[in-house]
Design a protein around this ligand. Sequence first.
Ligand code: SF4
Length: 311
Amino acid sequence: MIQETNTGSGLIASTVDAHLRYEREQEGKRPTAFGTALRGSQAYNCARKIGFEMAQVNESEELPYETLIAFHLGQAMHEKVQQSLTAMWDDFEAEAPVDLRPFGYDISGHADGLFTIGDKKYVLELKTMTAFPFKLALKGDGTTTDSPKIEHILQAGIYAYGLEADGIQIVYVSKDASYRDGVKPGMTLEFRFDMDDVVPSVNTTVRELVEQELSRLKVISEEVESGMIPPRFVPDEGWIEDPPRYAASKGYWRCRYCVFNIDCRALPTQAVPVEASTPNIQNSWDPPATEFNEHISFYTSLDDATEEEAK
Ligand code: SF4
């Protein structure tokens, strides 16, 4: 008997792994829906990571085999929900294109769905997830109540803003089981907000959250356009002074899964000019031409405001 116990290293798994990597390479760097600098799915992410993505910097980390497989599992569930809604509802539009340029933002994307309830139009945002984040959304973390994540509210909200919809419907589907937490594969959670509803965890309306995030994304794209690598700053975490290594067991979670980890850690926390960065960044930095070329440091003004408060 030949037993290959290391995950991803058996004959079949290594062949599938090679094929999935080949497919990913062929897909290349996916253009945004309308060729804009940014996409709505980047909402609430790390400013530096958004900058690297916008400038099409080569990734310095390789995704693990398990992540590649899990991505396809999630995508299959995602498509099944969209197919069901398309079959059952006359007015359901899957992958509705969204262009925020008419509103002054160089951002586009595809909403997972667009549908109506009565005379109101809603944007659907679907997320498949493992049991742990699903449990948090279902029960809260002990200090919070059940709620969708702010980044998901923002992604749907940005698309609703661009489509002038009345609200958003966020749907979570669990990909796996945690019987201890009462989570089963296929369990589905739904949250609906109108644009002017208050999100309890932040006591701000969806529309206000969206407008704040659109302004932040605009500043990030201006920084990149002016040849600056944005700082390590994430809305839900603040400044990231000492990011953990890729796939580390502890530390801030976004960095542990960030495909730009090595290049990012070689740089200081604050914004830095491309000329002062790593060879990989300098050789692959290629942001799309945009109408924004004036460098405004949002982060400097944040620092100034904090200093003022401290005085
Ligand atoms: S490693 Fe962390 S701080 Fe650096 S770009 Fe990635 S998410 Fe941002």
